[in-house]
Design a protein around this ligand. Structure first.
Ligand SMILES: NC(=O)c1ccc[n+]([C@@H]2O[C@H](COP(=O)([O-])OP(=O)(O)OC[C@H]3O[C@@H](n4cnc5c(N)ncnc54)[C@H](OP(=O)(O)O)[C@@H]3O)[C@@H](O)[C@H]2O)c1
Length: 248
């Protein structure tokens, strides 16, 4: 049976790599982002059915157009990949509240809205997969980005536990640092030890494999999984000091 996936943030980085990985295994894709030209170029390069849905998920009309596509019963979406996102370079006390609102809308509310649109049809069909691209930041106190990403992880866990009996699978992909346009868009340079960095292709492969294996949370690799576990034993103040030392 052929499946169709809708991927947000498919014009670059992890979303683009996930779209390629899903297409490689024979899944048709619906590509969502603002940059229509890049989405068209990606669609043309894939050996699978590819539909382009250009939308700004931070506008009411853009978000509702994508939600409506997810809810369409005659052209069902089997796999929702909520990936679109960005980060803020400014610390919380210096960021504008408008930027914070945009961050939290895109990282927290948009995945919730899209899951809400996709779930009824998925439940009727008795199958559905939801992959949410969160971050390793969900497990550490790393600014308001961490807060938004821990929301994404817990939303995924909540959907997973509540709808497992309806045939719905949900996985939170929680990569460490990934070479994409993310840092460039924030206006900061990619930094830190090489082992902490992964390619978007590796992360996409792990995410799609985790979804197929019905894993609740997928990390960049075993080291990040072990660190996330170990950090549960470390008080927040120590974690905060470590993060601040890394920043300085
Ligand atoms: N890179 C990392 O180190 C890293 C680590 C952990 C988690 N993540 C997470 O991974 C996800 C993907 O980021 P990335 O690293 O692949 O960065 P990226 O290369 O900058 O890609 C971000 C994607 O989100 C889309 N997007 C941004 N704002 C949007 C909006 N308002 N409406 C629709 N689409 C929008 C962008 O497309 P358009 O500009 O065309 O709209 C782009 O396709 C994010 O959720 C990020 O938080 C990244």
């Amino acid at each position: 049976m052929r499946h169709t996936a809708l991927i947000t943030g498919a014009s670059s980085g992890i979303g683009l790599a996930i779209a390629r990985e899903l297409a490689r295994v024979g899944v048709d894709v619906v590509l969502v982002a603002r940059d229509e030209e890049r989405l068209q170029a990606l669609a043309a390069s894939l050996d699978t059915g590819a539909e382009v849905l250009a939308a700004d998920l931070l506008t009411h009309d853009g978000l509702e157009a994508v939600a409506a596509r997810l809810a369409q019963r005659d052209r069902p979406i089997d796999i929702l990949v909520s990936n679109a996102g960005f980060g803020l370079a400014a610390p919380f006390h210096e960021s504008t509240i408008e930027d914070e609102r945009r961050l939290h809308e895109l990282l927290s509310f948009v995945p919730l809205r899209l899951a809400h649109a996709a779930l009824p049809g998925m439940r009727e069909r008795g199958r559905g997969w939801i992959l949410t691209v969160a971050s390793f930041a969900a497990f550490i106190p790393f600014g308001t980005y961490s807060a938004a990403k821990s929301h994404a992880v817990n939303l995924s866990r909540a959907i997973r536990s509540r709808y497992a009996d309806d045939g719905i699978r949900a996985t939170a992909l929680c990569p460490g640092f990934v070479h994409t346009e993310f840092h460039d868009r924030m206006g900061i340079v990619e930094d830190g030890p090489a082992w902490m960095w992964a390619s978007a292709e590796d992360v996409a492969r792990r995410g799609v494999r985790g979804l197929r294996r019905n894993q609740p949370v997928v990390h960049s690799d075993r080291r990040f999984a072990a660190i996330a576990k170990g950090l549960q034993l470390v008080p927040d103040t120590w974690q905060g000091s470590l993060i601040n030392a890394y920043r300085d």
